[in-house]
Design a protein around this ligand. Structure first.
Ligand code: FAD
Ligand code: NAG
Ligand code: NAG
Ligand code: NAG
Length: 486
């Protein structure tokens, strides 16, 4: 390996964006619209854009969110189905980039190895195939998502080494894997398991979802409701009506669940019971131990999961694994599930800022020790933003609300002549800490220690909700907690 241009000047930009997923693409659009004079680049480690929607290739891969809110407000999702399949989301992202001339700014196969702040500028050390380059910028934006692309959540499945069949992790699904006539056990109960089971059941001989503890499932219709309003409105207006409706209903549903958990539980269960086949009781399989929306609510489009159960090709087991054997799984209850394929849908390993080492004035920073400023910037990290979305609404909404604040900050810096904006916290002891991501899911609670710190009051909060974050972006005190220098 050679290190190119170690002595030459780094390529200079106004802004560097790391990651060409949905957040990075949205950032590029917002940035070039607000600051057409800026030179910017998107550095993307992989050989294509799309992030999550390019990495995950398991059968049936789809969104949980509706694309009216998960897609870009500036590029309407115009398909009739609100829930998008992976390939359609990829195509949509590509089309959005092409339509707005973002593609020429993307540098694929450019992996950021570290970023360093020195003398009022960022330098990114970047690996492109066999070469290393340096790029510099005034401002840097991490659109790196929230999980580790290389390592899923580590879980110990007792006896898994004894298994003679295929063991597949959904994060690395072999695209050529033929699951026709297989006898598959999917371990897990999250969105991935709920997506995989009905899809696999179409061709497999038998699919069993094995869960330790149940999740709340909500059937959603995979067809945008074409009420009378949609027939009289032009399609572009319709899109915004749909988007607004889903924004508000999503928020109300979340608030309802959190405020009236018992009523919410009854509401959700009442919709599940009629979809269950005889012999599959609500309890224990669909009786979660937590309250609705303490973990992400799983969507099942057109009730596909329940249809798979009714077809007899899919089963559900709520039990613990005693040990995996060569051709099946022995459960704690004494029951045995035979299998020739095991899918470990056990979750994501959380990671912030892509795990990229951040060095400020010669010192490497531990982001878990830093407080987050309005869910956007990190304490003591100048001219840098970390795009985080919502866990209880579409991610993109949060990433976009962040960009509204960042654009306001950048234009303030322009007009007032500031070169540096850095969140600075003198007395953290007064803050009342809160988890950065407000969900009790296993993969989130296990990673809480690695996340930046969040508190209960602005400006040291994490993401709140779309309406509050938009209000902040428009009217909030954008300088509070920031140290601005010329
Ligand atoms: C299977 C699955 C389904 C999901 N469904 C939904 C859903 O329905 N609704 C929802 O709101 N959320 C969903 N999510 C969460 C989802 O990840 C986010 O909503 C969204 O796709 C994140 O977009 P992003 O651009 O922020 O991050 P990502 O999509 O993760 O993209 C990050 C990009 O940064 C790049 N990158 C990372 N490190 C570096 C580096 N060092 N150098 C250069 N580039 C780097 C990566 O290669 C990647 O392209 C889902 C997640 C998964 C895994
Ligand atoms: C929908 O958007 C795609 C681009 O993603 C475009 O090619 C197509 O013409 C649009 N269709 C309609 C019906 O507007
Ligand atoms: C949703 O609808 C679209 C379009 O009708 C279809 O292609 C897709 O398979 C459906 N997805 C699910 C999960 O039902
Ligand atoms: C914003 O906050 C700063 C610091 O707390 C304060 O000095 C300033 O007056 C506030 N601005 C407004 C408009 O409230």
């Amino acid at each position: 390996m050679s290190t190119a241009s170690a002595t030459s000047e780094p390529t200079a930009f106004d802004v560097l964006i790391i990651g060409a997923g949905i957040s990075g693409i949205n950032t590029a659009y917002r940035l070039q619209k607000a600051f057409p004079q800026y030179q910017y680049a998107i550095l993307e480690a992989r050989d294509s854009i799309g992030g999550t929607w390019d990495l995950f290739r398991y059968p049936g891969i789809r969104s949980d969110s509706d694309l009216y809110t998960f897609g870009f407000s500036w590029y309407p999702w115009n398909r009739s189905n609100p829930i998008g399949e992976g390939k359609d989301i990829r195509a949509y992202l590509q089309d959005a980039m092409t339509a707005h001339n973002i593609a020429p700014h993307v540098l694929l196969k450019h992996r950021v190895l570290s970023v360093e702040w020195d003398q009022q500028r960022w330098t990114a050390n970047v690996q492109n195939e066999d070469f290393q380059y340096q790029f510099s910028s005034k401002f840097i934006i991490f659109g790196t998502g929230y999980y580790d692309y290389d390592k899923p959540l580590a879980t110990t499945i007792p006896g898994i080494q004894n298994f003679k069949g295929d063991v597949i992790h959904p994060q690395f699904w072999p695209e050529t894997f033929d699951y026709a006539d297989k006898n598959i056990v999917v371990i897990g109960s999250g969105a991935t398991a709920v997506t995989l089971v009905p899809k696999l059941a179409e061709k497999a001989d038998r699919v069993t979802m094995l869960q330790r503890s149940p999740t709340y499932l909500a059937s959603v219709t995979n067809l945008s409701s074409g009420g009378w309003l949609s027939r009289i409105l032009p399609s572009s207006v319709n899109y915004y009506v749909n988007r607004f409706k889903r924004l508000v209903l999503g928020r109300l549903m979340f608030l309802f669940c959190r405020t009236y958990p018992n009523a919410a539980r009854a509401f959700l269960e009442k919709r599940i019971v009629p979809q269950l086949p005889p012999g599959v009781p609500l309890s224990p399989h669909f009786k979660p131990r937590y309250k609705p929306w303490e973990q992400r609510l799983c969507a099942c489009p057109n009730g596909d999961f329940f249809a798979a159960l009714r077809s007899g090709k899919a089963q559900i087991e709520t039990d613990y694994i005693e040990t995996v054997e060569s051709d099946g799984i022995l459960l704690k209850s004494g029951k045995r599930l035979s299998a020739d394929t095991i899918v470990t849908a056990t979750g994501l390993k959380l990671q912030f800022a892509g795990g990229i080492p951040i060095i400020v004035n010669g010192e490497k920073l531990d982001i878990s020790e830093k407080h987050i400023w309005n869910g956007i910037m990190l304490q003591d990290v100048p001219n840098a933003a970390l795009l985080l979305g919502y866990t209880n609404a579409a991610w993109t909404l949060g990433a976009d609300a962040s960009m509204s604040s960042i654009c306001r900050l950048l234009s303030l810096m322009e007009t007032k002549g500031y070169s540096v904006a850095c969140p600075s916290l003198r007395d953290p002891s007064k803050l009342e800490l809160r988890p950065l991501l407000d969900l009790a899911s296993n993969y989130i609670t296990r990673a809480q220690g690695a996340a930046p710190k969040a508190a209960s009051l602005r400006p040291w909060t994490g993401r709140t909700n779309y309406f509050s974050d938009l209000y902040f972006a428009t009217f909030g005190n954008i300088t509070e907690g920031l140290e601005l220098t010329t």
